[in-house]
Design a protein around this ligand. Sequence first.
Ligand code: SF4
Ligand code: SF4
Length: 166
Amino acid sequence: MSSIEQLADQYGLFLCVECGKCVAVCPMGEIYTHVSYEASPRGIIERILLDPGIPEDDSLWFCLTCDLCTDLCPAGVRFRDFVEAIRQVAMKTGITEYSSFCDSCGTYLYPQHILEYLKQALGEPAEKLLTLCTRCRRYHFGIKLKAQMPGKRKVGSPKVQIGNSR
Ligand code: SF4
Ligand code: SF4
């Protein structure tokens, strides 16, 4: 049994009864304008069961990992967990072009498709924050904050007033 077949077995893909409930509830169609059936949970399950390998295209990298499909699946398929696991395997085998990583420490953040969607939804000011992991974001914010601490402020920096003055 290949490692992908093992994952398919572990997350119940062989139990799928092809009812299509996961596709009906999946929010990917509302988020992306270009998502195809091949990237839907049922489409991916069919493909993996027919040909248990890592797809070389970007179909694995659209899922938002919301887990709604798992909640509604009558057969107990854990598609979200499967996608997260196979993405890790894909990255370990060198498929990294569909992922985004922290600009500062290189930690995996989320798929490129999700990053592009977030950039569009949140606008340019959020771009810098979106490409930092939470740890590095806090660290960078801490550095900026430290620079504002008494004794660290540049001459001429404005003073900040906190609380009511009487
Ligand atoms: S809801 Fe479950 S059983 Fe139905 S198609 Fe999706 S994965 Fe298969
Ligand atoms: S976990 Fe992924 S496949 Fe399942 S409903 Fe959410 S976006 Fe769709």
